[in-house]
Design a protein around this ligand. Structure first.
Ligand SMILES: Nc1ncnc2c1ncn2[C@@H]1O[C@H](COP(=O)(O)OP(=O)(O)OP(=O)(O)O)[C@@H](O)[C@H]1O
Ligand SMILES: [Mg+2]
Length: 279
């Protein structure tokens, strides 16, 4: 019996505890520049995790490495137990069906309708017939908070918030177990951004999806995120529950949150207990 078969025999509770994302000792170099110098963390199923860090600290590069679009100089990434760089093409293809990605700008195909956009992964990865695909597209639009009628529109006919919802609908088309989001609320007005936060939270709570997002949005962090990973100096500077990480007495963390703070941990807030901090 293979290791994979053993895992499927575990009871649900034990399966829930297995990490779905494992990032191990990632090193990324571009010429003489070292962007990541040993980045390690893992994420359990059904968690909403945010990655933050200053501009140029390598968040987007790490995200690309985590979905197999870019190979790190060293280290390993395992998604749902499959090692990205050791997998066979068949294993990778099977894995790709199990995670979704929403790029920063939504990246919808401008020449396709919204419904056609959402249908792309279904055509690519399944042998489903048109009627089933149409029904699934309608379901995904509703799950993303769009009316089914929006499917007939071109992306250019949608507002920014609706475009992001359409991109989410496409990213969840195959009912992924992990969803990666790059700055999902950037460019949205605060009301639309908060509605989008609630949508992402519901994907975790109602559908059990594990969400890993890059954000600079403090309201997202304070409102819906379970866990915060801070990337600085090529390493994980801190990792833990959001308010505990915010309370860490470190110059970078103090400055990052002081310029963004609308609601802080406050003087009565307990000092960090479970957050990992490696200055
Ligand atoms: N293909 C590449 N070739 C050379 N350098 C690269 C390449 N891709 C990224 N870099 C460099 O790696 C560093 C990290 O880039 P990255 O885009 O991951 O930053 P980021 O943390 O996402 O920043 P921001 O918050 O501004 O989006 C930058 O210095 C960038 O110039
Ligand atoms: Mg970036």
């Amino acid at each position: 019996m293979s290791a994979g078969a053993v895992i499927t025999t575990l009871p649900a509770a034990a399966k829930a505890a297995l990490p779905v994302i494992e990032v191990e000792d990632i090193v990324t170099r571009f010429g003489a520049q070292t962007v990541h110098d040993g980045v390690t963390f893992s994420v359990g199923r059904g968690t909403l995790v945010a990655l933050i860090g200053g501009s140029g600290t390598g968040k987007s590069v790490l995200l690309r490495e985590m979905i197999g679009l870019q190979r790190p100089s060293a280290g390993r990434v395992r998604l749902l137990g499959t090692s990205l760089w050791d997998a066979t093409p068949g294993e990778l293809e099977a894995l790709r069906r199990r995670f979704g990605m929403m790029f920063q700008d939504g990246a919808l195909f401008s020449s396709l309708t919204v419904a056609q956009n959402v249908a792309v992964p279904l055509h690519e990865h399944t042998g489903l017939g048109k009627a089933t695909i149409d029904a699934l597209v309608a379901l995904r639009l509703l799950q993303a908070g769009l009316p089914v009628a929006a499917g007939a529109k071109m992306p250019s006919e949608l507002s920014g918030g609706m475009r992001k919802r359409a991109a989410i609908a496409r990213a969840i088309a195959l009912e992924p177990e992990i969803l990666f989001l790059d700055e999902p609320t950037s460019g949205l007005d605060p009301i639309t951004a908060r509605a989008f936060d609630r949508l992402v939270r519901s994907l975790v709570d109602d559908l059990g999806i594990t969400v890993f997002l890059v954000t600079h949005d403090l309201d997202t962090l304070l409102g819906v995120v379970d866990r915060l990973i801070v990337l600085a100096g090529g390493k994980v500077l801190a990792d833990g529950p959001v308010r505990e990480v915010m309370a860490i007495d470190d110059p970078w963390i103090r400055e990052y949150f002081s310029v963004r703070r609308t609601v802080g941990p406050g003087p009565g807030c307990p000092q960090p207990e479970s957050a990992r901090f490696s200055p």
